[in-house]
Design a protein around this ligand. Structure first.
Ligand SMILES: Nc1nc2c(ncn2[C@@H]2O[C@H](COP(=O)(O)OP(=O)(O)OP(=O)(O)O)[C@@H](O)[C@H]2O)c(=O)[nH]1
Length: 152
């Protein structure tokens, strides 16, 4: 959904920066970052899609060919947790079958506040073979861990 903090997570990861006045994404934005993982270097090519309703039809263009999907929700809004099922269905409709396998093992559900019990999110994630990482882009909490999780 819009305003749940997708761009802020990418910005913290790639530039180690947080902007309180960050603008909503128009269409999509693209960033890269290379990180060490064991003896290897992993290069992330990250498409940050726009959450606003008017851009929803564009998102599938960016799912294609992806090795992992990160679904972000705001844990102060129970509704945004329910939105996850819709997001997952949409991803499954637009990815090829090999991608669904990668997606199922590597999708991460993120949150940065505390009103939707993390327990609910974790149970839901487990039921779809996903992992949950609770993050704060503002305070730089668990952002590196999230991307390390994807690398692994
Ligand atoms: N307190 C706090 N605010 C955050 C955090 N992450 C993002 N925000 C704020 O939430 C608002 C929306 O953040 P964005 O990163 O633009 O959200 P988005 O999901 O990319 O939104 P769209 O581009 O419209 O899809 C901004 O005002 C951010 O400053 C966080 O970890 N903590």
């Amino acid at each position: 959904d819009t305003g749940v903090g997708k761009s802020s997570i990418v910005c913290r990861f790639v530039q180690d920066h947080f902007d309180h006045n960050i603008s909503p994404t128009i269409g999509a934005s693209f960033m890269t970052k290379t990180v060490p993982c064991g003896n290897e270097l992993h290069k992330f090519l990250i498409w940050d899609t726009a959450g606003q309703e008017r851009f929803h039809s564009l998102a599938p263009m960016y799912y294609r060919g992806s090795a992992a999907a990160v679904i972000v929700y705001d844990i102060t809004k129970q509704q945004s947790l329910s939105e996850l099922s819709r997001a997952l269905l949409e991803l499954r409709c637009h990815v090829s079958s090999w991608l669904i396998v990668a997606f199922r093992s590597s999708v991460c559900l993120l949150s940065y506040f505390l009103d939707v019990p993390l327990k609910d999110a974790k149970e839901y994630a487990e039921s779809i073979g996903a992992i949950v990482v609770e993050t704060s882009a503002k305070n730089a909490i668990n952002i590196e861990e999230l991307f390390q999780g994807i690398s692994k």
